[in-house]
Design a protein around this ligand. Sequence first.
Ligand code: ATP
Length: 230
Amino acid sequence: MLVVDNLTVRYSGILALQEVSIEVKKGETVLLVGSNGAGKSSLINTVIGLVPSASGRIVLNGKDISAVSCSARAQLGIGYSPEGRRVFSSLTVRENILSSTQGIPISTARENLAWIEKTFPLLAERANQPANQLSGGEQQIVAIARAVSRMPKLLLLDEPFLGLAPVWIGRVSETIRELQRRGTTILMTEQMARPALKLVDRAYIMRNGLVRRSGTVAEIRDSALAEEYL
Ligand code: ATP
């Protein structure tokens, strides 16, 4: 579904990604694991079109989307939940979820919202509450729900466990499992390899803008866990 081919990203003098290649197949959940500054967010932000690449290609379902705008990529089926959640604090939970549905028919947006609120009852219970009254874990679930409000083909989750207590890591993991059961293809990043490895099929270990190793969870588990302590 997604092919990132020889991607290089620079911020003025800083080389954030050096000829990185990864692949996510339909129905898979793939992890990018690595410590601070490894280049995980740069890769995700380039896939959604927020950060320009110096060279390389982003291919979605066989189509080169490297020159396609951010909003057009969302229309092509890419959903995104940013690092640090960034919910709209003064909007209610339901308004946050609906904020990503511009451009799709209202009836489809309502259908999607109904599925989301049925599947994640917390969001129905808190629907009319301002998002800033929620805990960090609850806000993370709102951010994921907002990212799936258009029912994306490919869901990108940037550090969904960041700053969460273990009980909320468990609940966010359960949210991700529910989306997997629905058949969503997922690319997620994490510094916390241990809980993330329980959710994914394959992983890429990143350090200093490079992919150091990749493989199935069984193949790279020990190296991925070592990254947690870097
Ligand atoms: P983190 O978990 O801290 O976000 P990361 O693995 O997502 O880490 P990136 O945020 O992609 O890593 O950062 C990769 C490199 O690019 C780092 O050296 C970082 O300092 C640099 N960098 C990231 N964003 C910018 C920016 N907007 N301007 C300049 N340098 C940046």
